[in-house]
Design a protein around this ligand. Structure first.
Ligand code: NAD
Ligand code: TYD
Length: 340
């Protein structure tokens, strides 16, 4: 491994991954290939800009010419593919861009990787492709795919294409499926940063439905360590689930955040449920633990404490990303609380 193309490296997980990877892999060049959509922000990587092994290309995975140019110019031998439209609520407001980026874009990337003869193609996926659980059980790698939202359906489509490229053409594809991430640089449309920022601003905290939906939270740095480990030791054609065995009801997370920032529970507003809202996600991470030796290192107590602190210390960052387009989205999505 000499030259790694990281797609979507200016987003939440991608930027955390690049920061981690550059330190852990001192002989490897990293090429961040990102379209810089509303979710992509080069400010997330301002601290690595001066690193000689870090390069940025503004490009779109849906444009074959952009992808080919990056492969040629940097002699890419490994791909870590994060680039995607990633937010369920936005996929409900409009699904076309999700199909375009997540399915068509991934197909173009796979195709160019096949032509270039690379060593590894790591496709970053999500536990949401498995659908929703009842009150018991966990997702294993054998759980049938049953995506319920346009977002998860587009991710499942890209997973199947990636596996088909492995099966048909022998492209060395590996897939990881992770549970919900939290940590620094997460765009404030997702639950944890949205609630921290609204609480800090004394704005209502919109909880969908009864607030009893369950997510299995993992610190983004633990996810990045797992991805690096899979890149080194994973087997082509395999899927690895990644999760921290850390299930929380949404309402309990919201109350914990209010407690951490010292704001009253009267800020909580129960609002209309998300259509098709998956009830519970939980990951069985035995395979990655037994075969690769990865386990998470963050406790949730430490992770949430540091995350709240990060948003407190980085008001400038979130004020900038929340200007412009974000306001339009917020008005549309949270009409009920904005008007109340
Ligand atoms: P994000 O929305 O923060 O970042 C996505 C990045 O992709 C942005 O930088 C954006 O500019 C870029 N991008 C979008 N369309 C592009 C295109 N056409 N060409 C090039 N770049 C493009 O997303 P994230 O939360 O960092 O998620 C990264 C990946 O991890 C996604 O594939 C997502 O499905 C997966 N994932 C996320 C979570 C989570 O909790 N956030 C959990 C499991 C898996
Ligand atoms: P989210 O961060 O959007 O991740 P995902 O839908 O991919 O799991 O949401 C996490 C949970 O929080 C999910 O059950 C929906 C819920 N939620 C709210 O109750 N209110 C909100 O404003 C948001 C963004 C999410």
């Amino acid at each position: 491994m000499k030259s790694v193309l990281v797609t979507g490296g200016a987003g939440f997980i991608g930027s955390n991954f690049i920061r981690h990877f550059l330190v852990r892999n001192p002989d490897v060049d990293v090429i961040n290939f990102d379209k810089l959509t509303y979710a992509g922000n080069l400010e997330n990587l301002s601290d690595v800009e001066g690193n000689q092994r870090y390069h940025f290309i503004k490009g779109d995975i849906c444009e074959r010419g952009d992808v080919e140019l990056a492969f040629r110019k940097f002699k890419i031998d490994t791909v870590v593919h994060f680039a995607a439209e990633s937010h369920v609520d936005r996929s409900i407001l409009g699904s076309s861009v999700f199909v375009q980026t997540n399915v068509v874009g991934t197909n173009i990337l796979l195709d160019v990787a096949k032509e270039s003869g690379i060593q590894r193609f790591l496709h970053i996926s999500t536990d949401e492709v498995y659908g929703s659980l009842g009150s018991t059980g966990k997702f294993t790698e054998e759980t049938p795919l049953h995506p319920n939202s346009p977002y998860s359906a587009s991710k499942a489509g890209s997973d199947l294409l990636a596996l088909a490229y492995q099966h048909t053409f022998g492209l060395p594809v590996i897939i990881t499926r992770c549970s919900n991430n939290y940590g620094p640089y997460q765009f404030p449309e997702k639950l944890i940063p949205l609630m921290i920022i609204n609480a800090l601003n004394d704005k209502p905290l919109p909880v969908y439905g009864d607030g009893l939906n369950v997510r299995d939270w993992l610190h983004v740095v633990d996810h990045c360590v797992a991805i690096d480990a899979v890149l080194q030791a994973g087997k082509p054609g395999e899927v690895y689930n990644i999760g921290g065995n850390n299930e929380w009801k949404n309402i309990d997370i919201v109350k914990l955040i209010l407690q951490k920032v010292g704001k009253p529970e009267s800020l909580i507003r129960f609002v209309k449920d998300r259509p098709g809202h998956d009830r519970r996600y939980a990951i069985d991470a035995a395979k990655i633990k037994n075969e690769i030796g990865w386990t998470p290192s963050y406790t949730f107590e430490r992770g949430i404490e540091e995350t709240v602190q990060w948003y407190l210390n980085n008001r400038g960052w979130w004020s900038r990303v929340m200007s412009g387009e974000y306001q339009e989205y917020y008005q549309k999505q949270y009409d009920e609380v904005v008007r109340s």
